[in-house]
Write a protein that binds this ligand. Structure first.
Ligand code: TYD
Length: 208
């Protein structure tokens, strides 16, 4: 028995994490076996790596170091949590995966999408999501949402300038073109309840 690995992607303030939690709750109510997790993190070692990467004081972090730390966290999370859950037949909903590295480190940091895909192979061994939902919203709109949400703590990457987030968005557009069968765009400018409905239907279409 093997489950489904479904990832949620997008820039800051796209609402993907809120949507992921609501979709997970609805699927659970329908009786589907769901595991919710996130990157970087999801397990002890990867959460520790996450704290290093996102620490606002680590302004001196080199872009390649950042890319390698994300890949290291990814490896441990995949082996320790994602794959075991999939072999139990779970539907794993994961907040971010290798597409984030390709968009943020590969495109926005300028390390190259193909190079980042390549270095990540050491961590993931060709293992890719069955389905990826891209929460599509212009960075200026997404960032304005984050600013309004006072409870949210800003991390090192949130603090990047708008030009960086525009680059991340362009990076995701390239990935949509590169992986059209796997990545599906969701219009994240809509109200959260409509965004959730679109995401929920996409997931159901895939697993039915
Ligand atoms: P998080 O607070 O989880 O952000 P969000 O709510 O936007 O998902 O922080 C994760 C940050 O790490 C986010 O800015 C995106 C970035 N990131 C990368 O740059 N590369 C990666 O491979 C991953 C997984 C995340």
């Amino acid at each position: 028995m093997t489950g489904y690995f479904i990832t949620f992607e997008g820039g800051e303030g796209a609402g993907k994490t809120s949507a992921l939690n609501i979709v997970a709750q609805r699927l659970t109510e329908q009786g589907y076996p769901i595991t919710v997790t996130r990157e970087p993190g999801g397990i002890t070692i990867a959460e520790k790596i996450r704290a290093i990467i996102l620490d606002r004081e680590h302004t001196e972090m080199d872009a390649r170091t950042e890319a390698l730390l994300y890949a290291a966290a990814r490896r441990q999370h995949l082996i320790e949590k994602v794959k075991p859950a999939l072999s139990e037949g779970k539907i794993v909903l994961c907040d971010r995966f290798v597409d984030s590295s390709m968009a943020y480190q590969g495109y926005a940091r300028g390390l190259g999408i193909d190079e980042i895909y390549h270095i990540n192979q050491f961590a993931i061994d060709q293992f890719m999501p069955d389905l990826t939902l891209f929460f599509d919203i212009e960075p200026s709109v997404g960032l304005a949402r984050i600013k309004r949400n006072q409870e949210r703590e800003l991390n090192r990457l949130d603090l990047e300038k708008i030009a960086f987030h525009e680059q991340v968005y362009q990076g995701y557009q390239i990935l949509l073109g590169k992986f059209p069968n796997r990545i599906k765009a969701i219009d994240a400018r809509l109200e959260l309840k409509d965004v959730v409905e679109l995401a929920y239907q996409r997931v159901l279409d895939h697993i039915r």
